[in-house]
Write a protein that binds this ligand. Sequence first.
Ligand SMILES: C[S@@+](CC[C@H](N)C(=O)[O-])C[C@H]1O[C@@H](n2cnc3c(N)ncnc32)[C@H](O)[C@@H]1O
Length: 264
Amino acid sequence: MPADKPTEQSAAVTESASDTCDDSNVLTSATSDLGEGQLRLTSRSIRSFVIRNGRTTPAQTDAMERLLPTFGLTYSDQPIDLEVQFGRTAPTVLEIGFGNGDVFTHIAQQEPQRNVIGVEVHTAGVGHALLAIEQKQLNHARIIQHDALEVLHHMLPAESIEKVLLLFPDPWHKKRHHKRRIVQKDFLDGVCRVLKPTGILHCATDWAEYGEWMIEHLENDSRFQNIVGPSMASERPEWRPLTRFEARGQRLGHSVLDLIYKKV
Ligand SMILES: C[S@@+](CC[C@H](N)C(=O)[O-])C[C@H]1O[C@@H](n2cnc3c(N)ncnc32)[C@H](O)[C@@H]1O
């Protein structure tokens, strides 16, 4: 399936994107070290996320206190030992920006032979995912509540990950916010660092222009090769449950691009 060309975005689309990319929510570097939950951020000035406070339910707050000590991995600026953390040697999948964790916990449920790590900064999403981990008894799932860029560059061991998933990242649709898009050279450096040789980076977006941006960055990076051919989108994988953001994209009539690259 050839990748879609960028299209004009409708007013409804712009409205939906403001959910995650609203100017008023953008933290300045002066406030970004305040963090929430166990989030203790360092001095990176441009981030791909905003901290949204005040929407955590009592059950999620309880889950943060009760379950994070067991299923959370505290951020470390030194590589951690995955064998020690999981108590076994197993192929490991990493999902970045898992939102409420539906895909992350689905994979963990479907693939008990794999370790699954999810990285997310938003406390309500982390709490939601922790409750699912408890309910489904996913003892091979771990959550890191921290900036994924720092996790990729410092915390995860080099060549330790089989697959990195980046599903429906914030599109940061306004041109002046493009610098906040997570898919940048720095991100690809980090992904390349943690992926095993021939490991997979799977990105998906419903934002056509961000899809073009992803393709441009990945095709110009000789460390990655598109698994179905240069600049091509892959078929939507059957294993992936519909995420909240994918569903919203569908309602708005967006087509979804799945872009799957192998580390070469
Ligand atoms: C648009 S949402 C998509 C969520 C989910 N993947 C889905 O499809 O429903 C993007 C998520 O990525 C998270 N995020 C963005 N940048 C991040 C970063 N650098 N580290 C960790 N999480 C990040 C945001 O908090 C947000 O929950």
